[in-house]
Design a binder for this molecule. Structure first.
Ligand code: GLN
Length: 534
C-alpha cells in the first residue's frame, strides 16, 4: 500500500472565501478519478466541539453517524463525496488541549514542561495522521479553519510546516485560498492582498504549492503570472475560483482550471482517465432546467442566518433536482407567527417545514404553523422540534388537552406529551450529552415514510434530549396521529404521521444530515413531490 498523501488547505485575506467548498470540490474530482479521499476540518476555537454554540455564532451544528457534533463544513464533505465522515474528521483546539491536559494529569509527560511546541503540535499532527491511518484513503485533505495570520491558527500552521518537512514534497501539499478583489473605480483586479497573505504564510515557515484565487471576474493570464512570480509558485499552480450561482458548480470550474491534475502531478500520482462525473453533471442539468416550481416555507427562529439551516437548505436542492423542481425557500420567522396571523404569514405556500431547535423562543409560532398545515391539508415536514411541535398542537387541538406541552418549555404541564428521555434525567453536562448519532427505526408499511424509504428498517441521525411520551401512544393513534416509526431497542417514537392528510410527517431524527447530491434524502424527495401536487 502506497503512502497516504496529505493536502492542506489554508485561507488568506478574509474568512468565508469557501475553503470548505474548495476542499470538497477538489476531493470530488480526485474521487472521480478513482482515488479514495476524505476531508478533515481543524477548527482553531477553544470549544471542544460546536455542539454548545449558538447557531448565530457558527451556523448549523452537523452530526455524524458516530454521534459527533461537528462543523457544518463536514456536511459539505458528505454531500459532495457521498461518503460518511466521523469524529476524527473534525478537531478543535479545545479537543487538542483536552487530550494534552488529560495526558499531563495521567503523568504521561512526568518531569517535563508541557508546551505548545512540541506537545500541542504533536497532538495536532497525531490527529491529522489518525484520519489517514487504517489504509482506507489514498488522499487526506485537511482544511485549516480561520485565516493565516490569526493567533489561534499558529500551532496548526506550525504542525503543517513540520509535516511537510517530515513527509517530503511528494507526499504533502499546501493549497492557499485567497482573495483577488476587483476595484470598479480603476477596473482592476488587485493582487496585493494575496501577496501579503502569502508573505504571512512564509513568515510562519510555509511556502504554498498552489494558490487558488477567489474572484468576481475572470483573471487575465498576466494577473496569474504576476501572482505566480511574486508568490514563488509555478505558473500553472495559480488557479482562479470565480463566484458561481450554485456551490455544486465549483468542482466543474476546478476541473476546467485543471486543479486536480496539478495536484496529482505534484503528488507524483497518475492523472489517469477523464473523471467520472456523469451523475454530478446530470444533477446540475436538472437543477438548472426545472420543470416545476414550488414555494416551501421554512419556519425557524434563526432565519436571519440561513447557515443555521444549511443541511436543510441543501437537502431541498438535492430533492428539488431529482424532482426537476425549483424549490423557492421562504424563510419565515417563528417569532412573527401568531394564531391570528398564521394564514397571512404562510399564505401561498405549497408546503411547510418546521425546523429543529431548542428552547422557548418562537415555539408558539411553530405550533401554529403545524396547526395551519394540518387543518388546511398542506404538506408538512417537521424535523425534531418540528415533530414535537406537531405533537403538542395535535394534543391541544384534537385531543383537547389544552395545556399540553413539551417539558423542555413548560416543565409543570399536566400533559407532558413531549418529555425528557429517561436516560437524560441524570445528565448535568451540556456538551456532547444529547441522544446523538445513528439509531435504528422500524417503519410501518402503511405510511408515507414507507412510501419514501421503500423499506421497513432505516437508520437515521439524532440530536435531542426530549421524546414523544409513550403514555399518550394510544390516544394519538386512535385519533389519527399515528406513530409509524419506532426505535426497536427503546420503543421511542421516531416518526409521526397524520392519517388521511396529503403529506404530514414529523420525524424525531435529522434526515437533512444524510442527503447528498447522489443520494437525495427520500423524505425530502417525497415532500417535494407532495408540494408539487399541491
Ligand atoms: N429541543 C428538542 C430536544 O432536545 C429538539 C431538538 C432538535 O430539534 N434538534 O429534544
Amino acid at each position: 500500500m502506497a503512502e497516504v498523501k496529505y493536502i492542506f488547505v489554508t485561507g488568506g485575506v478574509t474568512s468565508s472565501l469557501g475553503k470548505g467548498i474548495l476542499s470538497a470540490s477538489l476531493a470530488k474530482l480526485l474521487q472521480a478519478r478513482g482515488y479514495s479521499v476524505t476531508i478533515q476540518k481543524l477548527d482553531p476555537y477553544i470549544n471542544v466541539d460546536p455542539g454548545t454554540l449558538n447557531p448565530y455564532e457558527h451556523g448549523e451544528c452537523f452530526v455524524t453517524i458516530d454521534g459527533a457534533e461537528t462543523d457544518l463544513d463536514l456536511g459539505h464533505y458528505e454531500r459532495f463525496l457521498n461518503v460518511p465522515t466521523s469524529q476524527a474528521n473534525n478537531v478543535t483546539t479545545g479537543r487538542i488541549y483536552q487530550s494534552v491536559i488529560e495526558k499531563e494529569r495521567r503523568g504521561d509527560y512526568l518531569g517535563k514542561t508541557v508546551q505548545v511546541i512540541p506537545h500541542i503540535t504533536d497532538e495536532i499532527k497525531r490527529r491529522i495522521k489518525l484520519v489517514g491511518s487504517g489504509n482506507k484513503f489514498d488522499i487526506v485533505i485537511t482544511e485549516i479553519g480561520g485565516t493565516v495570520g490569526d493567533i489561534e491558527s499558529l500551532p496548526y500552521i506550525e504542525s503543517v510546516r513540520q509535516l511537510k518537512w517530515e513527509m517530503g514534497a511528494q507526499n504533502c501539499l499546501v493549497i492557499h485560498l485567497t482573495l483577488v478583489p476587483y476595484l470598479p473605480a480603476t477596473g482592476e483586479s488587485k493582487t496585493k492582498p494575496t501577496q501579503h497573505s502569502v508573505k504571512d504564510l512564509l513568515e510562519e515557515g510555509i511556502q504554498p504549492d498552489i494558490l487558488v484565487l477567489r474572484t468576481q471576474r475572470s483573471l487575465s493570464r498576466d494577473v496569474k503570472r504576476k501572482v505566480a512570480l511574486f508568490c514563488n509558485v509555478d505558473e500553472n499552480a495559480v488557479v482562479e475560483t470565480i463566484d458561481v450561482s450554485t456551490i455544486y458548480e465549483v468542482p466543474l470550474n476546478m476541473l476546467s482550471e485543471k486543479l486536480d491534475q496539478t495536484v496529482l502531478k505534484k503528488l507524483g500520482l497518475p492523472v489517469g482517465e477523464e473523471p467520472a462525473l456523469t451523475e454530478w453533471k446530470e444533477f446540475l442539468t436538472r437543477l438548472k432546467n426545472p420543470k416545476h416550481s414550488v414555494k416551501v416555507g421554512l419556519v425557524g427562529k434563526y432565519i436571519e442566518l440561513p447557515d443555521a439551516y444549511k443541511s436543510i437548505c441543501e437537502s431541498f436542492i438535492h430533492a428539488g433536482s431529482l424532482n426537476e423542481c425549483e424549490v423557492q425557500l421562504v424563510l419565515v420567522h417563528s417569532e412573527d407567527i401568531t394564531e391570528k396571523n398564521v394564514s397571512e404569514k404562510l399564505k401561498g405556500l405549497n408546503g411547510i417545514l418546521v425546523a429543529p431547535g431548542f428552547g422557548a423562543r418562537g415555539i408558539e409560532g411553530k405550533i401554529s404553523a403545524a396547526r395551519f398545515a394540518r387543518e388546511n391539508n398542506i404538506p408538512y415536514f417537521g424535523i425534531c422540534l418540528g415533530m414535537q411541535c406537531a405533537v403538542v398542537e395535535f394534543a391541544r387541538n384534537v385531543l383537547k388537552l389544552e395545556d399540553a406541552h413539551s417539558t423542555e418549555i413548560d416543565h409543570k404541564t399536566k400533559n407532558p406529551v413531549i418529555d425528557l428521555m429517561e436516560e437524560q434525567k441524570s445528565i448535568i453536562d451540556k456538551g456532547g450529552t444529547m441522544r446523538l448519532g445513528a439509531y435504528k427505526c422500524i417503519i410501518s408499511k402503511n405510511s408515507k415514510a414507507f412510501e419514501a424509504y421503500k423499506r421497513t428498517e432505516i437508520i437515521e441521525r439524532h440530536r435531542h434530549r426530549y421524546e414523544f411520551n409513550n403514555r399518550y401512544f394510544d390516544d394519538f393513534r386512535q385519533n389519527g396521529m399515528i406513530p409509524v416509526g419506532i426505535n426497536p431497542e427503546s420503543n421511542l417514537v421516531e416518526i409521526m404521521e397524520i392519517a388521511g392528510h396529503k403529506w404530514f410527517v414529523g420525524v424525531q431524527f435529522h434526515p437533512e444530515y444524510s442527503s447528498t447530491v447522489i443520494n437525495p434524502h427520500p423524505l425530502f424527495v417525497q415532500f417535494i413531490k407532495a408540494c408539487i401536487e399541491k
